[in-house]
Design a protein around this ligand. Structure first.
Ligand code: KG4
Length: 312
């Protein structure tokens, strides 16, 4: 009887990634990031991103097989990202998954990309302690989830408009700090320079960042006009407000559900103030390893394993 491995495919945005897992353990994960090619256009062009997936996917599949030293006949299950993402990019992964599944006479299973990010901190671990809270704070998403099981995922709040990372990026750009803005603002942060006050958000409401963004951009414009631009005070005050907003909402749900474990993901989770505040707020916090924090197929395969939708 051949060993049955999991083959996972991720193509939701600009990373083409394929992984092979032996149950919950990642044997190989090969990812090609098209950022450099796409930078040339000043950002992601959806049509070009899907063409890049189509160009790379077969070579990545071959390299993944080569690194894992397995035969395609040993693949027992295929899973792929089906949402959310750029429609054309998702389509390339789905067609590849379904064609390969047909050829191997096995099933192809869809997996949610954000749910896979939530579980990425546990990759290579067999058992997970439930329940836990999860915060995903990135350039595209700002949501808090209650996780009671791999298929019992409840989104408690999300953003009504901009994501928090996007807001860091836009404010940093206006301050002339460059992209990505989060790390630039973080490196300037000075706790003694947080004198600008911004309105508090109710813990009961969804996140909203577009109002604060416009407000801060207006202050920058006024200071530029009057030749009094204070980059450090604006950057530090905004960061202090943004991180406090995340922590206050997390604290509310921690008390409401009486949960002391949190799993965090997304670029903003690497913020220095956030990291120190989260340690004070929760007994245990889990973050993905660096290689699993960006888009990758290992997390898709891992969530597939955890869902146990297939029977061996
Ligand atoms: O999860 P991620 O790597 O990818 C996408 O969402 O595509 O998140 C990137 C975002 C960017 O907006 C970046 O400015 C923000 O995360 N970010 C940070 C920090 N490092 C990255 N924001 C605040 N503080 C940081 N240290």
């Amino acid at each position: 009887m051949l060993k049955k491995y999991i083959l996972a495919i991720e193509t939701s945005c600009d990373d083409t990634s394929i992984a092979i897992l032996d149950d919950y353990t990642v044997i190989s994960c090969v990812t090609k990031d098209s950022t450099k090619e796409l930078n040339h256009y000043g950002g992601i062009v959806p049509e070009i991103a899907s063409r890049k997936h189509e160009e790379y996917i077969i070579d990545i599949y071959k390299q993944c097989l080569y690194e894992s030293k397995i035969n395609p006949k040993e693949i027992g299950y295929i899973c792929y990202t089906n949402e959310p993402g750029l429609p054309g990019s998702l389509h390339v992964g789905e067609i590849f998954a379904k064609s390969l599944a047909y050829f191997l006479d096995i099933e192809a299973y869809p997996i949610n990309h954000i749910h896979a990010h939530i579980f990425s901190a546990f990759i290579n671990t067999k058992d997970i302690d439930y329940p836990f809270l999860s915060l995903i704070a990135s350039g595209k998403t700002t949501s808090i989830f209650l996780i009671e099981g791999p298929t019992k995922i409840l989104e408690l709040i999300k953003t009504n408009d901009d994501a928090i990372g996007e807001t860091f990026d836009k404010i940093a750009k206006k301050l002339g700090l460059g992209y990505p803005g989060g790390p630039k603002i973080d490196s300037l942060f000075d706790k003694t320079k947080t004198s600008l006050m911004f309105p508090k958000q109710s813990v009961l409401d969804n996140f909203s960042f577009s109002g604060i963004k416009s407000h801060v951009l207006r202050i920058i414009d006024q200071q530029i006009k009057s030749n009094t631009l204070d980059v450090v005070t604006i950057a530090s005050s905004f960061m202090n407000w943004a991180i406090n907003t995340l922590i206050e909402k997390l604290n509310y749900f921690k008390t409401k559900y009486d949960i002391n474990n949190i799993c965090i993901g997304g670029g903003v989770a690497s913020n220095s103030l956030f990291k120190s505040e989260i340690k004070k707020t929760f007994k245990s916090s889990f973050v993905p390893l660096k290689e699993f924090s960006c888009d990758n197929a290992a997390m898709i395969g891992y969530l597939f394993y955890q869902t146990n939708l297939f029977k061996k």
